[in-house]
Design a protein around this ligand. Structure first.
Ligand SMILES: Cc1cc2nc3c(=O)[nH]c(=O)nc-3n(C[C@H](O)[C@H](O)[C@H](O)COP(=O)(O)OP(=O)(O)OC[C@H]3O[C@@H](n4cnc5c(N)ncnc54)[C@H](O)[C@@H]3O)c2cc1C
Length: 293
């Protein structure tokens, strides 16, 4: 585990400290920091310390929606990962579907400080459900711009309520202003594919504005895909995308510190596998070029 990045002018590059029990420091001329979403906060703390300017992008906060596969079948047959963009009535906010997992499974996304949810589909194992992220875009202006911190604190509240686990609630219970319980969930016709959750009340964890956006967004989506906003539709929270902080870098992924590069989701320059890999390659090519010159 890399605990700290130390810049030492005498070494003309970045110095990497890898201490736990071993306590050792790696000197290097070039350093590529690509810690992914799980390390986004760590990288943000490092950039604060190293005084590398960052830009706070909007953050995505929401839920993972799970429903019977048949409800989405018409559209997933045409498009494996359909994207719906919705502007909500009350708050005029932007809500979108993301990462549709046809016949898939809801899974945990473990961070150091909290547990969120994500989803995946498998080649050889299918479920009777489809799940997708339903995310509200939140942009903050002065005096508070750190959208990652904001999202992080919401995720922590959600986990506190869930006793360290994500929350699960039926849409019908959310609309009626009551928590879900295992008894209520058992009576429901959608069987959750992820059980390491606490049935609860998402309205006590997510901000009112996000909850209204989610309900209104699903009701709008229901007009295109009847059944999406059924009472039995399952909502898991928090689903949060922590790639909201973007380091100031040149087009070769180089920061203003000589020898220090960053890439991938943690640096805020990608939001998926292909983009993350591409930014790593761009940085690596520049490092090779610099090294040879
Ligand atoms: C369940 C799930 C499903 C997904 N599905 C898709 C999909 O279908 N399509 C898609 O495009 N994307 C998907 N993604 C997103 C995709 O995985 C990421 O966009 C991609 O992996 C980002 O790559 P990265 O190299 O930036 O970071 P990562 O792949 O996250 O790699 C970063 C690595 O750095 C390590 N690290 C962090 N901090 C430190 C530290 N201080 N010291 C040492 N090591 C550290 C982490 O442990 C990790 O191994 C999914 C993600 C999840 C969790």
């Amino acid at each position: 585990e890399v605990l700290d990045i130390i810049v030492d002018d005498k070494v003309n590059g970045a110095k990497l400290k890898n201490t736990k029990e071993g306590n050792f420091i790696i000197n290097c001329e070039y350093l590529l920091a690509a810690p992914g979403r799980i390390g986004a906060k760590w990288l943000s703390d490092q950039t604060d310390k190293l005084k590398i300017p960052v830009k706070h992008n909007p953050v995505d906060i929401g839920v993972r929606v799970e429903l019977p596969q048949i409800v989405m079948e018409e559209v997933t047959t045409i498009n494996w990962d359909p994207k719906f963009h919705i502007i909500t009535k009350t708050y005029d906010d932007f809500v979108r579907t993301f990462c549709v997992c046809n016949k898939g499974f809801v899974v945990e996304e473990v961070y150091d400080e909290f547990m969120g949810v994500n989803g995946h589909s498998m080649r050889d194992k299918v479920s009777e459900n489809t799940n997708f992220a339903f995310l509200v875009r939140v942009e903050l202006t002065e005096p508070v711009e750190n959208t990652s911190d904001y999202a992080f604190s919401i995720a922590t509240i959600a986990n506190t309520l869930g006793g360290g686990k994500p929350l699960l609630q039926r849409l019908g219970d959310l609309r009626k202003g009551r928590r879900s319980t295992w008894r209520r969930l058992e009576r429901s016709n959608v069987v959750p594919t992820f059980n390491c959750v606490t049935p609860g009340d998402i309205a006590m964890a997510l901000p009112h504005r996000v909850v209204v956006d989610i309900i209104e967004g699903l009701e709008a989506l229901d007009k295109v895909l009847p059944g999406v906003a059924s009472d039995s539709t399952l909502l898991y929270a928090p689903e949060i995308k922590l790639y909201a902080m973007r380091l100031e870098m040149n087009k070769n992924m180089k920061t203003r510190i000589e020898g220090l590069y960053a890439a991938g989701d943690g640096a805020g320059v990608s939001r998926g596998i292909v983009g993350a890999a591409a930014t790593g390659i761009i940085a690596a090519r520049d490092i090779i070029k610099q090294h040879r010159s």
